[in-house]
Design a protein around this ligand. Structure first.
Ligand code: HMG
Ligand code: MG
Length: 298
């Protein structure tokens, strides 16, 4: 018999993962309105934006304005893969940082133009300095299960990369099924192993929903003991350098499932649907998540 947590923390990644792969250009003021609606719905941790090359990811080119103008509510992350991004984010007064590295070398090369080892070598002193200043750092581990270029990833390689970040003292590991290929059995075993080996580090699961196994993977991770999930309102998202991947599992569907299971999220589902209403007219594909469709059919 398994036990489930009474409370789960949702880390909303819609404004970052959700919009980084958008075909249409979402105006900065719409992104800010989306962020505000998410805050009103009760989201306490959020990835606001990323400091990456505007040539590679033009959708995130307004990172400075987003950080400067978003209301300061709860823990707010900016994503960055390198020193330049950290410098720019510090100038913008970003408060918490998320760095990202792929377990798969081929993916990391496509995403960041460096091998995994080169990224780790660049990040170690930067992360060290952030942590010394008491700044919260999460490490996002991409292609933890499968890679679009190399196929299945050996979980030992994922755990080894996590071990390095934990040895640096990062506060959180966000372990990602980048292209939505993991199944619940794999999810259970990987998260069970991570929770057992790293009891003093926050462990978060980040699922993309390509094969519609996102909720099942979340249930499996819950059973292993995970109580933090990255999700994206509207089910938006995907990495521009991970072909074939769809969005993250939708926040509204996760909140609904958890509420039904009497697991607290502190997020108001009706207000979350208002956040979807805010972003829906500005994204290039219709939003078809379960709870959103239901809310429209009432
Ligand atoms: P590069 O071309 O090798 O970079 O790209 P470079 O170091 O040669 O610099 C080229 C130019 O970019 C220079 O400017 C730099 O200053 C500038 P120039 O002299 O030509 O004017 N530059 C930057 N500008 C702004 N912010 C920066 C930055 N760094 C350099 N941080 C680079 C290397 C890493 C920049 C590029 O590959 C890049 O931006 N990659 C980001 C890719 C990305 O954003 N991917 C999506 C996020 S990860 C993700 O979605 C996965 C996740 O959700 C978990 C999961 O699901 O797996 C987290
Ligand atoms: Mg992602």
């Amino acid at each position: 018999m398994f036990s489930l947590p009474n409370k789960v923390t949702i880390i909303e990644v819609g404004p970052r993962d959700g919009l980084q792969n958008e075909k249409s250009e979402v105006p900065t003021e719409v992104k800010l309105a989306f962020i505000e609606k998410l805050q009103l719905a009760g989201v306490e941790e959020m990835e606001l934006t990323s400091f990456v090359s505007p040539k590679w990811v033009p959708q995130m080119k307004d990172a400075q304005e987003i950080v400067a103008n978003a209301k300061k509510v709860g823990r707010q992350f900016v994503l960055t893969p390198n020193e330049k991004g950290v410098e720019l984010a510090i100038q913008a007064n970003a408060s918490s940082f998320a760095v990202f590295v792929g377990v798969s070398n081929s993916f990391n090369k496509k995403n960041i133009n460096k091998t995994t080892q080169e990224s780790m070598d660049e990040l170690q002193p930067i992360v060290g300095k952030l942590l010394e200043q008491g700044i919260f750092v999460r490490a996002c581990i991409s292609t933890a299960f499968h890679c679009p270029y190399e196929g299945a990833i050996d979980s030992k390689k994922t755990i080894e990369l996590c071990r390095k970040f934990v040895s640096w003292g990062v506060n959180e590991l966000s372990v990602a099924d980048t292209i939505g290929m993991a199944n619940p059995k794999e999810s259970y075993y990987l998260f069970d192993a991570l929770l057992k080996e790293f009891p003093n580090t926050l462990i978060t699961a980040h699922f993309h929903d390509t094969r519609k196994m996102g909720l099942a993977n979340i249930l499996a991770a819950l059973q292993a003991g995970v109580n933090r999930f990255d999700t994206s309102t509207g089910g938006l998202g995907g990495c521009p350098f991970a072909p074939g991947a769809t969005g993250n599992v939708a926040t509204e569907d996760v909140v609904n499932m958890l509420e039904q299971m009497n697991i607290e999220t502190n997020i108001d589902l009706d207000l979350l649907i208002e956040a979807v209403d805010t972003i829906e007219p500005f994204v290039s594909r219709p939003i078809e998540t379960g709870m959103y469709k239901l809310s429209k059919s009432k």
